[in-house]
Design a protein around this ligand. Structure first.
Ligand code: GAL
Length: 984
């Protein structure tokens, strides 16, 4: 062959990029515990050059004498694509794909356009750095492949982005100044194993350090700290180099490495994260450990810790920071855990890679159960029918095993880690089986998890994703469909079950959480699950005039992307809790409070797995129409985990409850932290229950007024209508509408449905065209005491319609009453988005008050967190800024609401209740916008007074709205009262 030179990576000394080998020149993986041996952090500013690909590398950049003074500086740790995104974006931009690889699938080859970062820095070895022993260069995480030189000498290379890598630098270091150079490639063979649903980002994104390793020091330790719940004793054995001593002063333990001590201990659990400080020492090194005693076991078909079944109230956590990508500060990690614990979350799956190791220290300390998941996903092969999937190709075996070993060795001493997960969505293959086998051998004390092991052949827990409620119930009863192989079937049927992902928290939702939780609580086999996912991975941006917004897939001009599917978390990108998290908090509350007004008692069922209720204090509050009547504390005897107590109402409550009620009376009992904890302050509410003590007040209606017709309008009480029967003002307040409204800006769950026709497309389809219905007036008739307006809603080209008859009445209270009779015509095979009235009112009526469900938004299947009370809000604060604009902000079960401002008040009265939405833009505006900052306030406010809304479900990934929360199109009627008054 002539004239053609293959573009060989070898030419640039980077053959390792496309090699399936996990690395070369690396040290064996280990736990690397905290030590008294010298450590030098190499974090900080490094010299940096971004290269377009392997053809663009800098010759000799690793040489100590190389002059990099003209290069940029870049912080280590950081991700290079996250820099200056509102400016020049000098190092490329983030790209988001869910399943697809963002390059041609041709394993292990990667594109020529392989952005590469060259990093250099010098450091001075401190004068007191020991001359003996070894010195190790440690990288906690580099995405995705890198090679390292010290003083111009190549130490080795590595892959496995979210895993540590160590090199021995001893022989190449010198006293005084040294140079370290690192070349990092965005794409490598390793990228085929890292196809997680997230932004593709690169760089040295976790800390780098130089560690002294003393001779006779402690390279590694493996703590085995079990707890025997029958005896209350812990058993401690620490594998460490021979001759090392293990001391736990608080327990009086002083044993040799390898020996076992058995002593009475307080066990570690996620609810009681008791840690003991320990030291392992040789003559030359001391390492510090924090030991938690606990035993994880699968027994009697159930996952147990310390002999008790646990219930996982979990979340899937990706590492995300809207400014820094996957580089997280310790403060951010702690904040995640605090926000989780404050919202009753007790478990984290580290989807889909081991987190920064410091996060696990915090999990031990603050207390959450962790499924530690390996950095492994090959989902993109799904798009080519799993042809060439690395999971089943022996060529990749070592890379798979290497990843598992690096995770297990690093994290094996964390009590919070109760399961190892092989990775995510690699389908099945011998390489995964080999990982499982290695793991069980290395650490028999933790179950192995992997969701794609469909028949649970090599895993210890049966795990699935997004299972619908009815199937989950069958699994709960151990009546699931059979496995193909009867042997597997029998074994799998004996295993505990978890949902490693469920309830896709994308946009408004997820719906149906309460129904899932009820199943977890009913069937011991169902041990809870992990919401997908913790945080929206939005990238923080600013408009030219300084307004903040969050970018998602496609916002960086990526040719291939998966849009806002990356924004599917329980907290917004800035970590503000979303309504979904507030809902989850209520659904998974650790104590259940039930009020029995007849018996005048409150029962408290303790749903903790270990804790009694001594850390809680209970309070009661009585309100009439949301106005405070009386409150006090409730003494609830300390109740053990899993037990329930019934407490009598205190005298003050009984007395207050017996007083005549001024409106609808509700009793609320709540449970609060009695004292400060690591994650919440005394007084923080964790659970609550409510009960009505009186029936809703009937609405009084006076004698009816007669409509008066003039040449161009109709007057009915305080209301004025135009000749076509449309309300134009009430009590002097101008308005447009109300008119029947069935549309909502589709939610992500309405809109996104992988592989299926989504609901929003059906709504918009020609047959229905609910987004462009036209209203036509058929008749306006003024009767003796009512005005009847007959209308029909239909869209151009559509073969369905909705008949709507408006019956207007005015009573002596100056209120007008509107009853709407709705009758769908034609074939309706899909649910309606909403059914209610929309009207436009003056913009200054922007102070909203209501008595009903609140304080936050709630829909048919996301309503657990809405309590009955009196709430106030500005219109602005009623909006939920979902990263992708969609229906939001509806308040449920509203008995009455007022909108005030400019000295006027507009009131709405339910018959008995309605759902309320008030926004400064229309549903159509919401539908049109792609980001919240594109929404422009109009000159009016748009009020929706809804009889009902279709639920939220979780169809953006998972089951849709369950039948009981669907809004069926059928003949119905609803009524609302409207009044206008001067004042406020
Ligand atoms: C799952 C996957 C997650 C995420 C989720 C949808 O199949 O494991 O990584 O992609 O779907 O958001």
């Amino acid at each position: 062959m002539t004239g053609f030179v293959p573009a060989s990576a070898d030419r640039f000394g980077t053959a390792f990029v496309e090699s399936v080998d996990p690395g070369s020149g690396r040290l064996a993986p280990r736990a690397a515990p905290e030590t008294d041996a010298p450590v030098l952090s190499l974090d900080g500013d490094w010299r940096f050059r971004w290269c377009a690909g392997l053809h663009d590398l800098t010759d000799g950049f690793e040489a100590p004498g190389f002059d990099a003074s003209a290069w940029d500086t870049l912080a280590v740790p950081s991700m290079w694509q996250m820099h200056d995104l509102d400016g020049a974006a000098p190092y490329g931009k983030p790209q988001y794909t869910n399943i697809s690889y963002p390059f041609p699938v041709d394993p292990p080859r990667v594109p020529d356009a392989n952005p590469t970062g060259e990093y250099r820095r010098t450091f001075t070895l401190p004068a007191e750095w020991p001359a003996t022993g070894r010195t190790v260069l440690r990288f906690e995480g580099v995405d995705s492949a890198f090679a390292v030189w010290v003083n111009g000498v190549l130490l080795g290379d590595g892959k496995g982005s979210r895993l540590p890598t160590e090199f021995d630098a001893t022989d190449h270091l010198r006293a005084g100044e040294n140079t370290v150079a690192v070349r990092v490639h965005q794409w490598s063979a390793g990228s085929y194993l890292e196809d997680q649903d997230m932004w593709w980002l690169s760089g040295i994104f976790r800390p780098v350090s130089l560690l002294h390793r003393p001779e006779g020091g402690i390279e590694d330790v493996f703590v085995h700290a079990d707890y025997d719940h029958r005896t209350g004793r812990g058993a401690l054995r620490v594998e460490a180099p021979e001759g090392a001593r293990v001391t736990v002063p608080e327990l009086g333990i002083d044993i040799a490495a390898g020996e076992t001590a058995r002593v009475a201990v307080e066990p570690w659990t996620a609810e009681t994260p008791r840690l003991y400080d320990a030291e392992v020492a040789t003559a030359t090194e001391r390492v510090r450990l924090r030991i938690g005693f606990r035993t994880v076991a699968v027994e009697d078909g159930v996952l147990k810790v310390n002999g008790r079944r646990i219930l996982l109230r979990g979340v899937n956590r990706h590492e995300w920071d809207p400014d820094d990508g996957r580089t997280l500060s310790v403060e951010t990690m702690r904040r995640d855990l605090e926000v989780m614990k404050r919202h009753n979350v007790n478990a984290v799956r580290t989807s889909h890679y081991p987190p920064d190791r410091r996060f696990l220290d915090l999990c031990d300390e603050i207390g959450v159960w962790v499924i530690d998941e390996c950095d492994l996903e090959t989902h993109g092969f799904d798009l080519s029918s799993w042809r060439d999937n690395p999971a089943k190709d022996p060529v990749w075996r070592e890379a798979f095993l290497d990843r598992m070993a690096r995770m297990v060795e690093r994290d094996k001493n964390h009590p919070s880690v109760i399961m190892w997960s092989l990775g995510n969505e690699c389908r099945e293959g011998e390489n995964l089986e080999a990982m499982a086998a290695w793991t069980k051998d290395r650490d028999p004390a933790r179950p192995v998890h992997y969701e794609c092991d469909l028949e649970a052949r090599y895993t210890d827990i049966w795990s699935r994703m997004y299972v619908p409620h009815d199937e989950l119930e069958r699994i709960g009863r151990r009546e699931e469909d059979r496995c193909e192989d009867p042997v597997n079937d029998e074994r799998r049927r004996s295993l505990p079950f978890i949902l490693c992902e469920y309830a896709h928290a994308m946009g408004n939702g997820p719906g149906g959480l309460s129904d899932y939780q009820a199943l977890f609580e009913r069937y011991p086999r169902l041990q809870g699950g992990f919401i997908w996912e913790w945080i929206d991975h939005g990238v923080r941006r600013r408009t030219e005039d300084g307004r903040e917004w969050f970018a998602y897939g496609g916002d960086f001009g990526e040719p291939l992307h998966d849009g806002n599917f990356v924004a599917d978390g329980l907290v917004f990108p800035d970590r503000t809790p979303s309504p979904g998290l507030l809902e989850y908090k209520k659904v998974i509350e650790p104590v259940k409070i039930r009020i029995d007004p007849e018996a005048a008692t409150v029962s408290v069922a303790n749903g903790y797995d270990f804790l009694d209720t001594a850390h809680l204090r209970f309070a009661w509050r009585l309100e009439d129409d949301g106005d405070p009547v009386a409150d006090g504390v409730l003494d609830v005897p300390v109740t053990a985990a899993g037990e329930a107590t019934v407490a009598d109402w205190p005298e003050a409550l009984a007395k207050a409850a017996a007083s005549p009620s001024e409106g609808e009376r509700w009793l609320t009992v709540s449970a609060h932290l009695a004292a400060d904890t690591a994650w919440g302050e005394a007084g923080l509410e964790l659970a609550w229950g409510q009960a009505p003590l009186s029936a809703p007040q009937p609405t009084r209606r006076g004698p009816l007024a007669a409509p008066v017709q003039t040449a161009d309008r109709i007057v009915l009480g305080e209301a004025e209508f135009d000749g076509r029967g449309r309300l134009t003002s009430l009590g002097g307040i101008e308005m447009t509408g109300p008119r029947l409204d069935v549309w909502r800006a589709p939610t992500d769950n309405d809109r996104v449905a992988w592989g299926m026709l989504d609901l929003a497309s059906k709504w918009r389809g020609r047959g229905l065209a609910l987004d462009r219905l036209e209203h036509r007036t058929l008749a306006v008739e003024a009767g003796a005491d009512e005005l009847v307006v007959t209308t029909r809603l239909a869209a151009a080209g559509a073969d369905t319609a909705i008949g709507a008859v408006y019956r207007w009445r005015a009573d002596a209270s100056d209120r007008i009453w509107l009853t709407v009779e709705v009758a769908p015509e034609g074939r309706w095979e899909v649910p309606l988005p909403r059914l209610g009235l929309r009207l436009a009112v003056p913009k200054d009526l922007d102070q909203v008050e209501w008595f009903g469900g609140g304080p936050g938004e709630a829909y048919a299947d996301t309503r657990a967190a809405a309590r009955v009370g009196r709430f106030r809000s500005t219109v602005a604060d009623l909006q939920t800024p979902y990263v992708f604009p969609q229906e939001n902000g509806s308040r449920i079960d509203v008995r009455w609401a007022t909108l005030s401002g400019g000295g006027r008040t507009l009131g709405f009265l339910g018959d008995p209740t309605f759902a309320l939405t008030v926004r400064p833009w229309t549903s159509e505006d919401l539908d049109e916008a792609k980001h919240p900052h594109e929404l422009v306030e109009r000159g009016e406010l748009y009020v929706n007074v809804d009889a009902a809304l279709h639920g939220m479900g979780s169809a953006s990934c998972g089951p849709g709205v369950q039948p009981q929360y669907q809004l069926e199109a059928r003949a119905t009627a609803f009524t609302v009262g409207i009044s206008a008054a001067a004042g406020r």
